[in-house]
Design a protein around this ligand. Structure first.
Ligand SMILES: [Zn+2]
Length: 327
């Protein structure tokens, strides 16, 4: 009997070790997924408590994270409040006691029931933000005002509302797919031309990559995002702008026209057809053929203060490789 019990014990111990080892391996295999899972669980929990749809504070969190330098260590939640807003004016000791914060008219709240409103605690941060939104109301326009009151910047509000729309549509925050701007089954060619001088329009620097292809080759969205602008522009011809969920604006120019289903405000995903390659621009609406057909593709990053263009070449060549490897 003793023998049997011992064997059973050893077996149990081995099984336990195996289980722990396997779990550890699974977690280790994808630490990036783990933070998304943890974030999503927090968003859903705060939504359950407050009834504020999770995608609003998820979009705010995502926006703030993408204004930070990539060298900074990634936090579970990146939403930040300034100290006066959180603790209240006059709460010089920065007391995290709810009653004291309330007395000084701070907005910091306790979301995890430890009686402290901690500005560094993910649940307290989200619970406070959800209550901030709730104090304005849950109609889309109310939420917009709540977000504006927190950031006081139009582009920030617009980006957050777009991202919320994308998160809502896909029911997820971990959206990492990408696509090359043209259908890769067609012939095309491109090289790094960012920063080169262009002939027309004075001394403007070339802010993008030109991808040469024949008329009619499908132009596709490279990213998840929302169509922010489409129409005619003197230099760009028929062009379309999409703001993605990483605070980046994607600009597609010289197109021959747009896909009939594409509209301003629409949510798109990588590979969605936007229109086709053309040679429009450098004149009044409809002007075409002043240069060989190509897609001009530009990328602009918003860091929370200003928007600046950067070289899309390394990104589109990476997306091209990703697509070719998937074939
Ligand atoms: Zn160009």
């Amino acid at each position: 009997m003793i023998h049997l019990a011992r064997i059973r014990n050893v077996t149990l111990t081995v099984l336990c070790f195996l289980f722990i080892f396997q779990t550890a391996t699974l977690v280790q295999a994808d630490p990036e997924n783990q933070i998304y899972t943890e974030r999503m669980a927090l968003f859903k929990k705060i939504e359950a408590i407050t009834q504020v749809p999770w995608y609003y504070f998820a979009a705010m969190d995502n926006y703030e994270r993408n204004t930070l330098p990539s060298t900074e260590e990634e936090k579970v939640i990146s939403i930040q409040f300034d100290e006066t807003e959180w603790f209240g004016l006059g709460n010089a000791a920065k007391s995290t006691e709810q009653d004291i914060i309330k007395h000084f008219r701070g907005i910091g709240k306790d979301g995890n029931d430890d009686n402290q409103a901690d500005a560094n605690d993910p649940e307290d941060i989200l619970y406070t933000m959800a209550n901030h939104i709730l104090s304005y109301g849950l109609h889309e326009d109310d939420v917009k005002i709540a977000i504006w009151e927190h950031y006081k910047r139009d582009l920030t509000v617009q980006t957050i509302m777009n991202t919320a729309k994308v998160f809502q549509k896909f029911g997820d925050i971990h959206l990492t797919d990408r696509a090359f701007p043209l259908d890769t089954n067609y012939n095309y060619s491109y090289r790094s031309t960012w920063g080169a001088r262009r002939g027309f329009g004075g001394l403007r620097i070339h802010e993008g990559t030109d991808i040469f292809a024949s008329y009619g080759v499908p132009v596709r969205s490279t990213t998840y995002g929302v169509v922010e602008m489409m129409g005619w522009n003197l230099y760009g011809g028929w062009r379309i702008g999409i703001r993605d969920i990483y605070n980046i604006y994607h600009y597609y120019a010289h197109m021959s026209g747009f896909d009939k289903d594409i509209k301003v405000g629409q949510v798109v995903q990588p590979g969605d057809i936007l229109g086709s390659v053309g040679s429009t621009g450098y004149g009044p609406p409809g002007t075409s053929g002043k240069f060989p057909p190509h897609l001009h593709y530009g990328m602009y990053k918003d860091n929370g203060y200003s928007e600046f263009s950067f070289d899309p070449y390394p990104f589109i060549s990476k997306w091209e490789r990703m697509e070719k490897n998937n074939k």
